[in-house]
Write a protein that binds this ligand. Sequence first.
Ligand code: ADP
Length: 274
Amino acid sequence: GEALAVSARVAPLGSRLVMLLVEDLTEARRIEAVRRDFVANVSHELKTPVGALSLLSEAVMDASDDPEAVTRFAGRMQIEATRLTNLVQELIDLSRVQNDDPLEDAEPVRVDELVAEAVDRCRHAAGTKQITMAAGGTADLHVYGNRGQLAAALGNLVENAVNYSPARTRVGIAARRVGAPGGDFIELAVTDQGIGISEKDKERVFERFYRVDPARSRATGGTGLGLAIVKHVAASHGGEVSVWSSEGQGSTFTLRLPEAGSARDRAHQHPDLD
Ligand code: ADP
């Protein structure tokens, strides 16, 4: 098609240039396909709660002489509305981390504050499941970056650890400094004793809307966007996120971020994350 036509035309310029052009077009097509998939996924994800709300409102009208049923339907409408709100909020967050330059408002951020914020965010969910949360090693450590984005990233990891763990287990958050040639990093490891992730799924959980078990994710208010947001935040800060997991035993997600004051502070990358 198009790519071949272009390469035939520029063939005399040398095969290297041809290769580059063909690669460029393939890459452009790939990005376009990813974008189309994303729009299709968003539409589908929006339609589900909206469809449920529409059916439930009909049910409420039909059940006007049965107050108990009305209350039950109204409760379910509230759940669907919350789901919709979560989804829209996460879409806004994702778009923000994809489009904003995180290092524009970058500053040294205390690790103990980030951890306290993440724990606070999950306190209620953890409490109802009697999950113990413990943090260690955070004193005197500072990462460099956008406070809001870093808080969102760590918060998502801790939230997942709580959501994908059975009752009466433990979620640990450990921080440590790791030396690297171009500057030091801070590693934040979130460990749970939850359901774990299979080898095959491990590679995919960072994709937008990918969920191992969609029903379970929805039941906990999940949107399938959390880890995509974490991955973007990590990469745009010059860090990375990785996962170790054993099915049925638990998982550890490790967020590696540049330490404040280290040479990597301003390492600024815009990797292709689609
Ligand atoms: P969700 O909103 O569904 O939690 P995420 O992007 O945060 O979306 O995670 C994607 C999927 O990865 C989840 O649906 C779940 O299947 C899996 N997952 C994430 N964190 C964990 C964890 N700590 N333990 C087990 N599975 C996890």
